[in-house]
Structures are given as C-alpha cells and as structure tokens.
Design a protein around this ligand. Structure first.
Ligand SMILES: CC(C)(COP(=O)(O)OP(=O)(O)OC[C@H]1O[C@@H](n2cnc3c(N)ncnc32)[C@H](O)[C@@H]1OP(=O)(O)O)[C@@H](O)C(=O)NCCC(=O)NCCS
Length: 165
C-alpha cells in the first residue's frame, strides 16, 4: 500500500462515529432507505474503525453522512465490506461520499484487507457512479436481493497498488 491521503470535503470532518452521532445517523438512514437498518444495528457498529461520519463544523453540529465498512474474516487476509453509505440529500454533490469512502477504504487497507466488496442496487446511478470512480468492478448479480425485488450488483475493488484513496 502506498501513502493514504484522505480527501475531505470542504466543510466536513471525517472521523470515527461515537454514540452521540447515532441519532443523526439513524435519522438519515430512515429518510434515505426503504428498508433502513434498525438503530441497534448502528449501535453494534460503534467501535468499528470503519464506522465513520462526516461531521459538519467543529462543534456538536450535525452529520452530513456516514459509512460503515468492516472486514469479513477468512483464511489469509480479510476481505473488506462496505455495508452502508449515505449522505443527507441537502449535502449531496459536494464530495462528502467521496471523503467518507476514501477514509473508509484507507481504514480497511490499514487493517490488512487486500480487496473490498459491496452490494449496490442495479438502478442506483449515483452510487454506481461513485463506486466506478473508485475503481470498483462488477463481480456478480444477486437476483432480487432487495425486499422490493430489485437486483443487487456485487462490486469489488483492489486495495493494493493505490496511490492513496
Ligand atoms: C450515493 C451517495 C452516497 C453519493 O453521495 P454524494 O456525497 O452526493 O457523492 P459525492 O459528491 O462525493 O460524489 C462523488 C462521485 O460520485 C458520483 N456521483 C455522485 N452523485 C452522482 C449522480 N447523481 N449521478 C452519477 N454519479 C454520481 C460521481 O462520480 C461523483 O464524482 P464527481 O462529482 O467528481 O463527478 C448519495 O447519493 C446517497 O446518499 N444516496 C442514497 C443512499 C445510497 O444510495 N447509498 C449507497 C448505497 S450502495
């Protein structure tokens, strides 16, 4: 792995999530996804190095977005998994997701993951554009993966030989 250079969006600071962030994170989750994670699922992720938030301002401001990235242990090096990612609608298009994903992938690489996978809705053009920009490639389709019947694409990216994230 080469030098990690996290890219922060203009006025957000990407840092590890704390308990005080959970309600903000959960509110975004509920407003964005048709089948949101329950609050307890985020609570269980506290302490995971790849559970990151993009905090607005330096004080106790709000949260612009979050990412949950962890590792799937296996034989050999672990595989990274981006499990959740969302940005508040009012803060989209400003590079917030880019900042979160950069730091999330750098965290996974720092933990020893050699590659990373994720699932994305086939019709989610914004997310697919984002993952494309990060070098993710199509691996397989999971038919009717989501409760409303939409297929998921499994995408993978190598975390090696990168010039930062
Ligand atoms: C997907 C999502 C996280 C992107 O957040 P964002 O902060 O607006 O994204 P950024 O501003 O960091 O954009 C980064 C890149 O993503 C791509 N992108 C972002 N929005 C896009 C759109 N509407 N259409 C196509 N590509 C898009 C572009 O490549 C963009 O880079 P560029 O601005 O240099 O062209 C956001 O739209 C979101 O929260 N969507 C709902 C939740 C979701 O779908 N999560 C992902 C589940 S897999």
């Amino acid at each position: 792995m080469t030098a990690v250079q996290p890219v922060d969006a203009e006025d957000v600071r990407v840092r590890q999530a704390t308990r005080a962030d959970l309600l903000d994170v959960f509110r975004i989750e509920e407003s964005v996804f048709p089948q949101p994670w329950p609050y307890s699922a985020f609570e269980r992720q506290l302490g995971t190095p790849g559970f990151l938030v993009a905090a607005e301002g330096d004080g106790p401001g709000g949260i612009a977005g979050y990412v949950v990235a962890d590792e799937i242990p296996g034989h050999g090096r672990p595989l990274g998994h981006v499990k959740n990612l969302a940005v508040r609608p009012e803060r989209r298009g400003e590079g917030v997701a880019k900042a979160l994903l950069s730091r999330g992938l750098a965290t996974l690489a720092g933990q020893g993951a050699r590659s990373v996978k994720l699932e994305v809705r086939e019709g989610n053009e914004a997310a697919r554009g984002l993952y494309d920009a990060f070098g993710f490639e199509y691996l397989q389709t999971l038919p009717q993966y989501y409760a409303d019947g939409e297929d998921a694409y499994v995408l993978v990216a190598s975390l090696e030989d990168r010039d930062g994230f």
